[in-house]
Ligand binder design. Structure first.
Ligand SMILES: [Zn+2]
Length: 419
C-alpha cells in the first residue's frame, strides 16, 4: 500500500470499467422484470431482497466490510489509511412499480465500480470509502419516501418507520425481518465525512443541452396544502350577486392569488393549483364547497415560508370578505436544501480535469442526498436522461454518460477522502 499518494491531478485520474457497470445494471434490472420491460423492485419485497443479496455479494467480492443498520440501510466500507469518518456515496435500489434500469441502482453500482477502480490502481485513500444502499427511497409501499436516509439522519424516529404499514396490511419492521435485513447497527452510527450521490437527472435539462453533466446545488422545498372552502349552495338565477357565499368563486380567486404571488415574488417561487373539486358541481347551482390543492415550491426555505404566510393571510381575508369558512390541511412539507459548496467545487474540479462540461442545477425530484445533507457536507452529480423520461421502462441514459458520471464520482471520492 502506498504510504503517501501524490495529489490527484489530471494525469492521475482513475477510470471505471464501463462493461461491468452496464452488466451489473442489467443484472439488477432483470430481477422481477415485467413484460413491458419495467423493473418492479418495491421496497421490502422478495424482489428487493434478491437485489440486496446481489449488491451485498458484490460488496463481499470486493472485500468490503458490510454493515446493515436497524432500518435496513446497507453499507460496504473500504478501509482507508487512517481510521476516520468515511467519504460516502450511494443511493437506493428499490424502484416504483414501473421503474427503469437506472433510477437509484446507477448510484449504487457506480459506487462499487469506483471502489473497483481504486483496487485495480492499487490506490489507497486517506479516509475509508463507503457505498450505501438506502431503504425505501421511493415510498411506494410504505410512506414516507426516502425513509432509510430520513432515519439515518435522525429526522424520523426508527420506531415510527418500523411501524409503517402498507395498504396490504404489511408492517415494515416485520417485512425487514422477513427479507433478512433487520440489521443491528444503530442508524447514523457510520457518520459520513462527506456524501456524494450520483443519479440520473430524471428531467430533460442536461439531455437538451447536449449531454452535459450536472452539479446539483440545491433542491426545492415543497409545501402541499389542501384548502376547503365552505359556502352556501343556492339558485344561480335568483340569488343577488352581493348575497352569495360562493365556494366556486373563492376557489378561482385563490388560484389567481397564488399565481400572482409567485409572479410578484419573482425569486424562483412557483405555485400551482392542480386540482379543484366543486360540489354539487352543477351548472345552475352556486357551489357550496370547493376543495383545492396548492403546491408551493422554492429553493429558499425562508422565501417558501413567506409564500405560505402570504397565502394564509389571504385565505383569512377572503373568508371574512366572502362569508365562507376556509380550512387548510398540510399534505406534505419538505425543507429546501442547499448542497455544500466545498463538495460542489471538488465535483466541478474533477469534471474540468476530465475536460467535460458541467453546469450547476436544481433538482426537481427528492433524493436520499437531501436527507444526508442534514448530517454531512453533501452534493449530487447528475447525468443526462434521454428525453427526461423516468419512473418508466423507457428511462434511458447513454452508456458513455453512465461511464462519465462514474469517472467523475471515483475521482471526487478520492479528492474528498484526502480532506
Ligand atoms: Zn432515485
Amino acid at each position: 500500500m502506498n504510504r503517501v499518494d501524490a495529489p490527484v491531478g489530471p494525469a492521475r485520474l482513475l477510470h471505471v470499467d464501463p462493461a461491468r457497470l452496464m452488466q451489473r445494471l442489467g443484472a439488477l434490472g432483470e430481477i422481477d422484470r415485467k413484460a413491458d420491460g419495467s423493473c418492479c423492485r418495491l421496497a421490502l419485497t422478495g424482489a428487493d431482497r434478491i437485489g440486496r443479496d446481489m449488491v451485498v455479494g458484490w460488496m463481499r467480492d470486493a472485500g468490503l466490510s458490510v454493515q446493515v443498520d436497524q432500518i435496513g440501510n446497507i453499507f460496504g466500507v473500504r478501509q482507508g489509511r487512517e481510521d476516520l469518518e468515511p467519504v460516502m456515496t450511494g443511493s437506493h435500489i428499490d424502484t416504483v412499480a414501473t421503474g427503469g434500469l437506472y433510477d437509484g441502482a446507477y448510484g449504487v453500482v457506480a459506487g462499487l465500480e469506483a471502489i473497483a477502480a481504486l483496487d485495480r490502481a492499487h490506490r489507497s485513500t486517506r479516509r475509508p470509502i463507503a457505498v450505501a444502499v438506502f431503504t425505501n427511497e421511493e415510498g411506494v409501499r410504505f410512506q414516507p419516501d426516502m425513509m432509510g436516509s430520513l432515519v439515518f439522519s435522525g429526522q424520523l424516529p426508527l420506531a415510527e418507520a418500523l411501524a409503517a404499514q402498507a395498504a396490504d396490511g404489511a408492517v415494515l419492521g416485520e417485512e425487514l425481518v422477513q427479507i433478512g435485513y433487520a440489521g443491528v447497527v444503530p442508524c447514523g452510527q457510520l457518520r459520513p465525512h462527506a456524501f456524494v450521490e450520483l443519479h440520473i437527472e430524471q428531467g430533460p435539462v442536461l439531455d437538451r443541452e447536449g449531454g452535459v453533466l450536472g452539479a446539483v446545488e440545491d433542491l426545492q422545498g415543497i409545501s402541499w396544502q389542501e384548502v376547503t372552502v365552505v359556502g352556501v349552495a343556492n339558485h344561480a338565477g335568483t340569488t343577488p350577486m352581493n348575497m352569495r357565499m360562493d365556494a366556486g368563486y373563492c376557489a378561482a380567486e385563490i388560484a389567481v392569488f397564488v399565481r400572482a404571488l409567485a409572479e410578484r415574488m419573482a425569486d424562483g417561487q412557483v405555485a400551482t393549483v392542480g386540482s379543484i373539486r366543486l360540489s354539487p358541481n352543477l351548472v345552475n347551482v352556486i357551489a357550496r364547497e370547493a376543495v383545492l390543492s396548492i403546491d408551493l415550491r422554492n429553493t429558499d426555505d425562508t422565501r417558501l415560508a413567506a409564500a405560505e404566510a402570504a397565502l394564509a393571510r389571504h385565505l383569512g381575508e377572503l373568508a371574512a370578505a366572502q362569508g365562507v369558512r376556509v380550512s387548510v390541511r398540510q399534505l406534505a412539507r419538505s425543507a429546501a436544501v442547499r448542497f455544500d459548496p466545498g463538495v460542489l467545487a471538488v465535483i466541478e474540479g474533477v469534471a474540468r480535469d476530465l475536460a467535460r462540461p458541467i453546469r450547476r442545477m436544481t433538482s426537481g425530484a427528492g433524493h436520499d442526498a437531501q436527507m444526508i445533507s442534514a448530517v454531512s457536507p453533501t452534493a449530487m452529480i447528475f447525468v443526462p436522461s434521454v428525453g427526461g423520461v423516468s419512473h418508466n421502462p423507457r428511462e434511458y441514459t447513454h452508456p458513455e454518460h453512465l461511464e462519465l458520471g462514474a469517472n467523475v464520482l471515483v475521482n471526487t471520492l478520492i479528492r474528498l477522502s484526502e480532506t
